[in-house]
Design a protein around this ligand. Structure first.
Ligand SMILES: Nc1ncnc2c1ncn2[C@@H]1O[C@H](COP(=O)(O)OP(=O)(O)O)[C@@H](O)[C@H]1O
Ligand SMILES: N[C@@H](CCC(=O)OP(=O)(O)O)C(=O)O
Length: 377
């Protein structure tokens, strides 16, 4: 696709029907570990305005741990996982109570959704998340999402809401992603570094990643810093979703497409939500090793992976799971949703469709991975 101008990207954001807004802990809480109701209310006012003009807004809100640690007697954000889980259990309630109240001033309802990594990996849970979000939006509510921190452990967590917000933008087929933080824009280096310059437009986030010096969090409550925000902007751009990054006090102008913060252009056309999920969220459970011919066909982008072109199957998976498609050198070519269980596949390998039908029956005369379920990597 042609690279859009900054004006075009801002206009696309202004015209967005469905917007995912992500806000970081430091924009909602005080360093003492309590909510900052004034700033939270200001954010709600900006979102409510868009909602009341007919926009569909999903809010991905951090802040559970940062809003809870003060009440539990900690001086600073704890580092122990169990402490964090306890703080999140307390803080998430406080956060939602405040949101509930603030949105009620505008006659708007909110709906809480707490997500774990597995909800975005497993196809059925993913569909559940999507259905609930869509219904909430159809009913006029503002879904408010956070990771389910009280039950997530270090091994199985997103750990940051930046990347989660980009996945949510895919799930709800958003027209724009707005990342709100404690810095007004992306800079050429962490703003604490002398000489760092504000960037107002990123036409290609993958190029920017090579040129911009991104650092970790600048506050004592944030987690991912600019690294995870750039990753979120990259997922959005690759998914065809324009994004803007700015400080929370710029939420209103950012959603209106005003020239605040940093705008990121989409670098692809929009794909289907399912393909985007395969590309970004689905975790491969095994591997199909393609021969040279099948590798070329898959790389071409328009072919299904047939059993005739597969040399080996690795791993233990069920039909519908995601798998890697590798070439003989072990390089990943694509990710796809496989049509058969791993134990069914060895008898199918090397056989063409007619042979599959004759020897194994009609139900086996299908591609191992259909092209609609396959995404190049
Ligand atoms: N190149 C950069 N441009 C802007 N900010 C950066 C950059 N590199 C690192 N940062 C830091 O990222 C911080 C925002 O990330 P974080 O603290 O995780 O916020 P949040 O809690 O909103 O998610 C900024 O305050 C800033 O200190
Ligand atoms: N889920 C955690 C926040 C994780 C996170 O991404 O924090 P932040 O970097 O402040 O957006 C919480 O609610 O405390």
């Amino acid at each position: 696709m042609n690279t859009p101008s900054q004006t075009q990207v801002r206009r696309a954001i202004a015209e967005a029907q469905t917007i995912v807004v992500k806000v970081g802990s430091s924009s909602l809480t005080k360093p003492s570990g309590h909510l900052d109701p004034e700033r939270l209310n200001a954010l709600v006012a900006a979102i409510a305005r868009v909602r009341l003009m007919g926009g569909r807004v999903v809010l991905v809100s951090s802040g559970a741990i940062a809003a809870g640690f003060g009440s539990l007697g900690f001086d600073a954000r704890p580092t122990d996982v169990a402490d964090q889980q306890a703080c999140a259990a307390v803080g998430q309630g406080l956060l939602m109570a405040q949101y509930e109240n603030a949105f009620a001033h505008y006659g708007l309802r909110v709906g809480q959704i707490l997500i774990t990594v597995s909800d975005t990996i497993a196809p059925q849970q993913y569909r559940n998340v999507r259905r609930t979000l869509e219904r909430l939006l159809d009913l006029g509510a503002v879904p408010i999402i956070n990771e389910n921190d009280s039950l997530a452990s270090n091994e199985i967590r997103f750990g940051d809401n930046d990347r989660l917000s980009a996945l949510i933008a895919n799930i709800v087929v958003a027209d724009a992603l707005v990342l709100l933080t404690d810095v007004d824009a992306l800079y050429t280096a962490p703003p604490s570094e002398p000489g760092s310059k504000r960037i107002s437009y990123v036409p290609n986030v993958e190029d920017a990643l090579a040129n911009v010096q991104v650092g970790g969090t600048g506050s004592n409550v944030g987690t991912g810093g600019m690294v995870t925000k750039m990753e979120a902007a990259r997922v959005a751009a690759v998914s065809g979703i324009p994004a803007v990054l700015t400080c929370a006090s710029n939420a209103g102008p950012a959603m209106m497409g005003d020239p605040v913060g940093t705008a990121f252009a989409p670098i692809n056309d929009r794909g289907s939500s399912r393909r985007l999920w395969i590309g970004f969220a689905a975790h491969p459970q095994g591997t199909l090793v393609a021969d040279a011919g099948a590798s070329n066909a898959v790389r071409g982008g328009a072919a299904s992976l047939l059993a005739a072109g597969v040399l080996e199957v690795k791993g233990d998976f069920a039909a519908g799971d995601a798998v890697w498609i590798d070439n003989e050198a072990g390089e990943h070519l694509a990710k796809g949703l496989v049509g058969f269980d791993s134990e069914e596949i060895p008898q199918m390998l090397g056989r063409n469709t007619a042979q599959l039908k004759r020897f194994l029956g009609e139900e086996y005369a299908h591609p191992l991975v259909h092209r609609d379920n396959l995404v190049l990597v």
